[in-house]
Design a protein around this ligand. Structure first.
Ligand code: HEM
Length: 133
């Protein structure tokens, strides 16, 4: 399995970028009052990308030694993932007012960017270090 590691990691990272870009676009359009980003076809595309993302992530988890996560970067990323899913739901669908949807959208994008830099730096404080360096 180890020989497939670079390919699986590429699939994970491309799925991350596709998933984040789709959420960014859908969120923007929903804030503008456009309806088609919530259409069934777009939702299924989003579920498909996220399934690929998660499958590749689980494969990476089984390949890599646990020592890689010793400083807690993966735990931090997964904690933020829960927040991102919650905020994303309120940004696209569950937020009752326009203001709640907009605040949740901006927060969800910020959380997503933080997860990305935590993963890139393998450091739970990665995004903060980038801001202060
Ligand atoms: C269930 C959710 C997830 C799990 C279990 C997971 C797990 C992993 C694992 C095990 C790696 C390999 C690290 C390495 O090669 O050293 C990885 C890499 C990566 N993940 Fe995730 N991930 C998840 C979701 C996400 C999300 C939501 C993002 C983005 C916001 C993300 C961004 C990345 C990036 C950019 C890398 C490449 C890091 C590098 O350059 O070494 N992941 N992930």
């Amino acid at each position: 399995m180890l020989e497939f590691y670079p390919h699986i990691k590429s699939v994970h990272v491309y799925a991350v970028l596709a998933s984040g870009s789709l959420f960014f676009l859908r969120g923007l359009l929903v804030q503008a009052g456009v309806r088609w980003p919530m259409a069934a076809g777009v939702r299924y595309l989003s579920y498909t990308i996220d399934t690929v993302l998660l499958t590749a992530a689980l494969m990476l988890l089984t390949i890599l030694p646990a020592a890689i996560y010793a400083n807690g970067w993966l735990a931090a990323k997964l904690g933020l993932l829960v927040a991102y899913i919650g905020l994303g739901t309120f940004a696209l669908r569950r937020g009752r007012t326009r203001q709640v949807r907009a605040v949740c959208y901006v927060a969800a994008v910020a959380v997503f960017v933080s997860m990305y830099f935590i993963a890139r730096t393998h450091d739970p404080l990665g995004p903060l270090k980038l801001l202060t360096s």
